[in-house]
Design a protein around this ligand. Structure first.
Ligand code: NAD
Length: 431
């Protein structure tokens, strides 16, 4: 099939490369000329495991092409995926500007029937809005399908290639058939294709992200309670997760959630509820808990040192989670801003996100390519993102490098007892 993917970010590039890998001809469109130039040469400007190999292979096979011209995709592709940003507006609602602008342009350019598919996370009712916008521009037949994306950054290619479920919202049987054909290669052992109406498909994505974020804030509250009652959240977590109705995944307390999705999607769902006169109370609490949790480690440091003025702290891990270079809403940013605000100096290391971090933090932080170097003369270490690189460091070496051996472990990756034996003062979350 000939496909178009509009927007080649974390989602669009994976979608384009994976559909090309399953034998389709895919035209990827982006307004960012520099990105398109790089992609044409097989250079993937983001860090996502396995993606660059896939892009290069399919470029070579000529199944994957990159352009800044939307017209090329609209002329050639019968199915056009929109993988455009839907950031939060100031009032929390999802900004549909990118999606609706491109929809209108597609309407103007369309010369043959097309299926337009939303991959972006969009509020309930967006498929209808897109339909209206396109209808204003053309009399040619088209359909709009809601197909939210559930991939996880850091494992995006694997997730797309082997999805838990593929949710497709459409009432048009022919569109449903085509979407099923497209996804079949990724569901060979069992069919996880779920057909539903557009509104339910759109809401499914928000419901999933909201529940995952709720799990995180819930565990952070349990962790905060553990500290006050003398329980160990790691043991509580194991006890909880053994119940199959609860499940063991996503029960890790930490420094709060970040990323480009959970924070904005929670805001957008709250706003959607508000607009229909429903107050989604849990979501408000989930967000509040998360805001506080992001700086809990800094408060622990403040309580321990008295004042943070003039102190030097090293931060290990900057991306919002391991295996990505994405810093959008990363807890590390809140922690660093708070440390600096309280008068501390900050050094930092991340295996892949330093370039992006420099753009956001500039001279607020001294960056090091080696994580041990960041520790020189530090009064404490903040472990913020649990990259595997940090799991088994040389504690004795760390101790000799630091001025005072104190660790604030934002992901509970170290054993408190072991660190004590090495002469460290240890602070975790909920233990
Ligand atoms: P992103 O910012 O990484 O990528 C968006 C891309 O769209 C950028 O390359 C940008 O240059 C391009 N773009 C902007 N305007 C354009 C235009 N008019 N024409 C062509 N290209 C244009 O965003 P992302 O993380 O890929 O997210 C895209 C959507 O997918 C969002 O709605 C997001 O909520 C959703 N989503 C994201 C994830 C994730 O893990 N990142 C997962 C599931 C769903």
């Amino acid at each position: 099939m000939k496909l178009g993917v509009i927007g080649t970010g974390y989602v669009g590039l994976v979608v384009g490369a994976c559909f090309a890998e399953s034998g389709n001809d895919v035209i990827c469109v982006d307004v960012d000329e520099k990105k398109v130039r790089q992609l044409r040469r097989g250079i993937v400007p983001i860090y996502e495991p396995g993606l660059e190999e896939l892009v290069r292979k399919n470029l070579k096979e000529k199944r994957l092409t990159f352009t800044t011209r939307l017209k090329d995709a609209v002329d050639e592709a019968s199915v056009i995926f929109l993988a455009l940003p839907t950031p939060a507006n100031e009032d929390g609602s999802a900004d549909l500007r990118y999606v609706l602008d491109v929809a209108a342009k597609i309407g103007k350019l369309m010369r043959k029937p097309r299926i337009i598919v939303t991959k972006s996370t969009v509020p309930v009712g967006t498929a209808e809005k897109i339909r209206e916008v396109i209808r204003r521009e053309t009399d040619i037949e088209f359909d709009v399908v809601a197909n939210p994306e559930f991939l996880k950054q850091g494992a995006a290619v694997a997730d797309f290639m082997s999805p838990d479920r593929v949710i497709v919202g459409t009432r048009n049987p022919e569109s449903a058939r085509i979407m099923h054909e497209l996804y079949k290669p990724f569901m060979r052992t069992s069919d996880r294709f779920m057909l539903m109406d557009e509104r339910s498909a759109e809401l499914s994505k928000y419901a999933a992200n909201a529940l995952l974020a709720t799990k995180i804030s819930f565990m952070n509250e349990i962790a905060n309670l553990c500290e006050r009652v003398g329980a160990d959240v790691d043991q509580v977590r194991r006890g909880l997760g053994a119940d199959p109705r609860i499940g063991a995944q996503f029960l890790f307390p930490g420094v709060g959630f970040g990323g480009s999705c959970f924070p904005k999607d929670i805001k957008a769902l709250t706003k959607t509820s508000h607009e229909v006169g429903y107050e989604f109370r849990i979501l408000k609490a989930v967000e509040e808990v998360n805001q506080q949790q992001k700086i809990r480690l800094v408060e622990k440091a403040q309580a321990y040192f008295g004042s943070l003025r003039g102190k030097k702290f090293a931060v290990w891990g900057l991306s919002f989670k391991p295996r990505t270079d994405d810093l959008r809403e990363a807890p590390s940013l809140a922690i660093i801003h708070e440390l600096v605000k309280r008068g501390a100096n900050v050094t930092a290391h991340d295996p892949v996100a330093i370039k992006n971090a420099k753009e956001l933090l500039g001279r607020m932080v001294t960056f090091f390519d080696n994580y041990y170097d960041a520790l020189k003369g530090a009064d404490g270490l903040f472990l913020v993102t649990e990259w595997n690189d940090f799991r088994h460091p040389d504690f004795d070496r760390m101790k000799t490098l630091m001025r005072t051996p104190v660790i604030f472990d934002g992901r509970n990756i170290y054993e408190p007892e072991l660190l004590k034996q090495h002469g460290f003062t240890y602070f975790g979350i909920g233990r």
